[in-house]
Design a protein. Sequence first.
Length: 462
Amino acid sequence: MLVNGSGLKESVKGGSRRDFLRKMAFGVAAATGASSLQTSATAFASSDAHGGRHGSSLAGSFQGAFKEAPMLADLVKAGKLPSVDQRIPSNPRVIKPLEAVGKYGGTWHRAYRGPSDRVGPSKLVEEMLIDWDAPDTKTIGLVANLVEKWEQNADASEYVFTLRQGLKWSDGAPVTTDDVMFWYEDINQNKDIRPNADPLIRQKVGAEYKLATIVAVDATTFKVTYAAPNPLLPIAIAKTGGFPNPPAFLAPSHYLKKFHPKYASVDDLTKIATEKNLPAWQALWGDAGNMEGAIAFWFKNPELPTLLPWRVTVPAPADPCVLERNPFYWQVDTEGNQLPYIDKIEHAFFESLDVVNLWVAQGKIDMQMRHISAGSYVFLKENEAKGKYRVLNWRSASTQAYFPNQNCPDPVLAKLFATPEFRQAMNISINRENPGNHESRRAVTLRRALPHRRDRNRQLGL
């Protein structure tokens, strides 16, 4: 488990060959279990704004033979799956493992609260066009992820993205700009499905919002043009999920067209919705544009093709909810092993946080970020050796702070909260020596909201 200022973050069961998981501040791991955690982001490549690379990821195509998990090799032998070289792009993203090349197999055991706890599993499988690059604790940048490169013009109002050649959805269908245009035209410009377009293509210019223009240049290249400069787009892509949660700019058109009124009759769609106990066909896609409907959200629909390392095979509210490896995943390690290493992820259902703590102490949880709190720090440290796990304190902080709502609908409270003297008095009155559960004091440091004293770059605003 790691401490992230406001609380502990990850507990992992595994030995010295465990890898950190992607894009998340976590670290941990215990001694039992044979498999290593996926390395699809244990080490990152860097990219400048035009897609050039440097850092710990390998540039260009992988040279050598690809390898695959035994469970996939068995499917190939049985004629149920194409060979690994036919499933991976010609230029996959190559990841350098953090500690060592992992071993295939095993199940990662986690805990979840049920269907509403969709964010936890989603964070494990995020994939965007562009990704964050953090090859070490002193470096951060961006890297081409689902795309092999991107380019922008001088004022950052136009971007050209090139998809990886041979990229495939989890069902083996090719990923092309047809999927980009379906996402842009048929999803984001259909008010019944998305009342407001995705924020990545909905730009505020002056007092109004303007929709970006997307054009398919060829089967793997598309151009995005904005009405005004949009220099932060690469960062926005890397930090946000899109559809189908994520990525943005892509949707499996070959599958989703059969649920779209442009390609299917409304009567047929209404019938499908009724069979799923939904009020209308729009609910198949989600509620008010959240894209978390029965057919559109990977966490709910095992049949939905994805680009994620694992795909759901037993969806919530099952206990356990099960995710299994994507046989067409497009990342490999430095030895050509198709990622991820772990075969399955199982999420066991719980109602009480005490149950999660008990499971961790008993060694039943392999890695857990979500639902692990600073208040459990003492208990988990006391049972660390017995449970064969490690509790790690993370360097960077996620601070706890209070922000009075100055836009409160109550005019009296709004005026009070907007008064500097009131906020100053509130600041003085808070008992920082006892912010809550006293056990959490061992996991947090009381300080002002300033950059960490050892982080010179942050102090300089870099």
